[in-house]
Design a protein around this ligand. Structure first.
Ligand code: ZN
Length: 205
C-alpha cells in the first residue's frame, strides 16, 4: 500500500533526505497494526514532472515482518498514478477553469511550454467529473468565515476551496482520511474509500 511521506519541502530536499531509512520509518504497520517499526525494503522508482523538475524519483519502501506486506512512502507533492506533480496540475486547472485562459496559455502558466492538447483535456475532464465529490469531501477543510458562493458551479467552488486550503494539504487530507484522489482513481485501481492497496500495473498517463 502507499501512505504519504510526512515530508514538506522542495523536491531537491526530498531527494537529499530519502537516503536515510530511519528519517521517516513508520513505527507500526498501517496494514496489520503490528506495533514494531518497519524494516527498510529499498526503493521503487517513478517519474515526476514539476515546474522545475523532470526526472525519476526514488520512493522508499518498508516491509512489515508480521504480515510480509510492503508500505511505500509517496512524497505528498506527487499524485498516485500521475506523472505530473500536484502543483503543475493545480496551476493548469486554475489558469484554465478559474481564470479562463486558453489551453496553451494555461499550460504555459503551469510551466509546461510544450504540452500535448490531450493531456490538458484529460486533467480537465477528470477534474470536472471529480468536482462534486471533492467539494463535499473538502468541507471539513473550509476556512471558517471564508465566503462561499452557493451559486458557483462545482468546478469553480472546488477550485476555490483547493486554492484556499492549499492543494497539497487538501490532497494529504483527502488521501489519508477518505482515500479520495484529486483526479479520481483510474479504472484499474479500486475507489473503495477504505485503505487501498495500490497496484502499479496501470500505466501512468
Ligand atoms: Zn503488517
Amino acid at each position: 500500500m502507499q501512505i504519504l511521506h510526512p515530508f514538506a519541502g522542495s523536491i531537491q530536499h526530498y531527494l537529499d533526505e530519502i537516503s536515510d531509512p530511519d528519517r521517516y520509518r513508520p513505527d507500526h504497520c498501517p496494514q496489520c497494526e503490528a506495533t514494531h517499526p518497519l524494516t527498510g525494503h529499498g526503493f521503487y522508482r517513478r517519474t515526476l514532472v514539476d515546474a522545475a523538475f523532470d526526472g525519476v524519483l526514488r520512493v522508499r519502501r518498508y516491509l512489515c515482518r508480521s504480515c510480509k506486506r510492503t508500505v511505500s512512502l509517496l512524497p505528498e507533492f506527487a499524485l498516485p498514478w500521475l506523472r505530473f506533480s500536484i502543483s503543475v496540475i493545480a496551476m493548469f486547472l486554475v489558469a484554465r477553469l478559474l481564470n479562463g485562459l486558453t489551453l496553451v496559455a494555461a499550460a504555459r502558466a503551469a510551466a509546461q511550454a510544450v504540452m500535448p492538447y490531450q493531456r490538458g483535456q484529460f486533467w480537465i475532464r477528470r477534474f470536472q467529473k471529480q468536482a462534486p465529490a471533492l467539494s463535499l469531501a473538502l468541507v471539513p477543510l473550509a476556512v471558517p468565515g471564508h465566503p462561499r458562493d452557493p451559486a458557483a458551479d462545482f468546478v469553480s467552488r472546488t477550485l476555490r476551496m483547493l486554492e484556499s486550503s492549499g492543494w497539497i494539504p487538501a490532497h494529504r487530507f483527502l488521501f489519508s482520511q477518505l482515500r479520495v484522489h484529486l483526479l479520481g482513481w483510474p479504472a484499474c485501481l479500486f475507489p473503495t474509500g477504505r485503505r487501498t492497496t495500490l497496484a502499479f500495473a496501470c500505466p501512468a498517463p
